[in-house]
Design a protein around this ligand. Structure first.
Ligand SMILES: [Zn+2]
Ligand SMILES: [Zn+2]
Length: 279
């Protein structure tokens, strides 16, 4: 990740200035660099995971979700190589075939530990707030302890220096399965990371469709998650994505047009009293 070189230079210059203001600005640049490293992995992975499947937005949580759902090696170090010659043999290749092939390295991904990255992000972020006083004798000041901040900046710089050696970010390997969403978008997922009953959201941020993953003997089905009611005017059945209801705010009427007669129907959350059966 060569772009990190300019971040490293900017942070080093601010650190060299040494004033409380410039050190705090260096801390902000450190935090932005960590976020960009983690979110860059997410951008690459967006072919295989939707924004709605990322449940937590802290950099380390994003990377951990990607490790669990897209590519277990998304934060690992490896070198990607391709064979020098096209494969001429037909059928499956043996281990010996691979061993006699000549490979040319294309680039290297430099990995990192998401937990360590998360800790650094938290530590450096704490210098971007005024500390809340715990007792009356605590002083309230804009800037944190300069020596402690320099120590953290150095830790981030070492990590950035290491990561800047990488020349590519991969989105992983492995068998994929795909289906077409109701909105027309092709959804791809890695088979190894799918589980029975798992909810897969559409990759388009504008689309509310979601699907439940069902494993059959030979293939994987994706069942559209919907809710239904009958049109108040013509009584035709109206089906709509479940997320439309899940994401609906209280006291808001959501319009849903009828596909048959065109009348606009509305849905709204309503409280219901229930009586619990005593056991
Ligand atoms: Zn869609
Ligand atoms: Zn109707």
């Amino acid at each position: 990740m060569r772009w990190l070189k300019s971040n490293i230079e900017k942070i080093s210059n601010l650190k060299a200035e040494g004033s409380p203001e410039s050190l705090t600005y260096a801390a902000l640049e450190c935090r932005l660099a960590i976020e960009r490293i983690c979110y860059d992995r997410l951008r690459i992975a967006h072919d295989y995971i939707s924004q709605d499947d990322i449940r937590k937005w802290q950099p380390k949580d994003v990377v951990n979700t990607l490790i669990q759902e897209v590519d277990s090696k998304i934060a690992a170090s490896y070198t990607f190589s391709i064979g020098k010659e096209p494969i001429k043999k037909e059928g499956d290749l043996t281990r010996e075939d691979y061993e006699t092939m000549e490979f040319v390295p294309v680039g290297s991904q430099v990995g990192f530990d998401p937990k360590k990255m998360g800790k650094l992000w938290n530590a450096i972020s704490s210098f971007l707030h005024v500390k809340v006083p715990k007792v009356k004798s605590d002083r309230v000041t804009e800037y944190g302890d300069p020596a402690a901040l320099v120590k953290k900046i150095d830790e981030v710089l070492a990590e950035l220096e290491h990561l800047s050696q990488g020349t590519l970010i991969g989105s992983g390997f492995g068998e994929t399965v795909s289906f077409t969403c109701d909105c027309g978008l092709k959804i791809m997922r890695r088979v190894a990371f799918l589980g029975e009953g798992q909810i897969v959201n559409c990759l388009s941020p504008e689309c509310l469709e979601s699907y439940t993953c069902i494993f059959n003997e030979e293939d994987i089905d994706f069942i559209r998650n919907t809710m239904r009611f009958n049109c108040y005017s013509c009584e035709a059945e109206i089906t709509f994505p479940k997320n439309k209801a899940v994401k609906l705010q209280k006291e808001t009427a959501e319009p849903i047009p009828c596909g048959r007669c065109g009348e606009t129907n509305y849905i709204m959350w309503q409280l219901k009293q229930v009586v619990k059966n005593s056991e």
